[in-house]
Design a binder for this molecule. Structure first.
Ligand code: SF4
Ligand code: SF4
Length: 383
């Protein structure tokens, strides 16, 4: 998934769209029946929502992120995609926070059950970053490629067009280079865009990787990308790579975590962690849910809802006799060990794509990369 030298050089068959024509892309998607979901600004953050006009993108804005910190600020140019990732991820659409599994109605002594048909609306995700494509791939392993397939997720994914954007402005919290997931997009997309903003030019270098992507390109006023456009695109990707300074040493990490359930670092992080669940809500790969029945007061109707849940909540591991993980220490250890170690045993890949969301949106600034460094540095507790 990660951006390699070969990906950076792979601009064969690319076209150029002028900034003045970008609305034509949105119009073409609408004409082809897609709901366009894209970055937009709300409540001081860049979040994902439905748009129809180019002006609804965060034009000329960027994000300043750090442990427990997220702020928007103006850029000096009019870039459409000059920021990293915010608190939302695309799982909001593919694996919604709340989903009705069925609804039951009583008629006398009979009960009828109804399930909603799968959501077949065509959606175009515009502005998907390399790490986010990796996250979608990971959730697809969980929901589609596993022993049991989730028809609801599978239908949404099948009807989604991925319009990827190569990162130009990574945040201080990004570490996709350590997880081999970015910043260059190397697959998993229908259309790929590289935004080039220079003194006298503002263009989008575009290429298609599917028939659906080709059908969109066919509607646009494009020119074959010039050697200068391709050189500028490569420079954007190289600049993003060079701007990423945060790292996570993944060498032997799977084994390190499984061999250290009693490491003193778990007490250290537990003294700071609030068990607030923010990190799991913002993480694009976390997928845990709970199910609850909601019955009307008359007893005539009942609904079963699936909602996002978190391994940081006490109720998540509640069994008869109490919660399996009663302490914050055991919850943080479970989350991080699953994410970076046992996830590999289950799904054949790490559960972390290096997007940095959990670092920025942790209210006390707990940094998963720093926790890995501390686990390596401190002597482990003798058994
Ligand atoms: S664990 Fe943190 S950095 Fe890794 S994918 Fe989840 S939110 Fe992103
Ligand atoms: S690590 Fe941070 S975001 Fe996650 S539960 Fe603890 S305090 Fe909340």
């Amino acid at each position: 998934m990660g951006g390699t030298e070969a990906d950076i050089d792979d601009f064969g068959g690319a076209f150029t769209l002028q900034r003045a024509d970008f609305q034509a892309l949105l119009d073409a998607l609408s004409k082809l029946g897609y709901d366009i979901i894209a970055p937009t600004m709300k409540d001081g953050a860049i979040v994902y929502g439905a748009i129809r006009a180019v002006e609804e993108l965060p034009i000329g804005w960027t994000d300043d992120q750090g442990p427990g910190r997220y702020r928007l600020s103006k850029r000096l140019d009019g870039a459409l995609f000059g920021y990293a990732v915010g608190p939302h991820s695309w799982k909001k659409y593919l694996h919604p926070p709340e989903r009705e599994l069925w609804r039951a109605k009583r008629n006398g002594n009979a009960v009828t059950f109804k399930t909603k048909p799968p959501d077949k609306q065509k959606r175009a995700f515009l502005g998907v970053r390399a790490c986010e494509i990796a996250a979608i791939d990971i959730q697809s392993r969980v929901f589609v490629d596993d022993l049991y397939s989730d028809e609801s997720y599978e239908t949404r994914r099948r009807n989604t067009m991925v319009i990827a954007v190569n990162c130009s402005s990574p945040a201080e919290t990004c570490f996709c280079t350590s997880m081999d997931t970015g910043p260059a997009v190397s697959g998993g997309y229908d259309l790929l865009i590289t935004e080039v903003v220079e003194e006298n030019a503002h263009v989008f270098v575009m290429k298609a990787a599917s028939n659906a992507g080709q059908a969109v390109l066919a509607q646009l006023p494009l020119k074959t990308a010039s050697p200068a456009d391709v050189a500028s695109s490569r420079a954007v990707i190289r600049g993003a790579e060079q701007a990423i300074s945060r790292t996570m040493d993944t060498e032997g990490l799977r084994e390190l975590l499984q061999e250290n359930p009693e490491h003193p670092q778990w007490d250290d992080v537990a003294s700071r962690c609030l068990s607030c669940t923010n990190c799991t809500a913002v993480c694009p790969t976390c997928f845990c849910t709970t199910v609850a029945d909601h019955t009307g007061l008359s007893g005539e109707e009942s609904r079963r809802l699936q909602t996002w849940d978190s391994c940081f909540s006490g109720a998540f591991s509640e069994l008869s006799g109490g919660s399996v993980r009663q302490s914050t220490k055991s919850r943080y250890r479970q989350w991080m060990t699953h994410k970076l170690s046992t996830w590999i045993d289950q799904f054949g890949a790490s559960g972390c794509v290096g997007c940095g969301r959990c670092i920025a949106w942790c209210p006390v600034g707990i940094d998963i990369t720093a926790e890995v460094t501390s686990l390596r540095a401190k002597p482990k507790k003798e058994a």
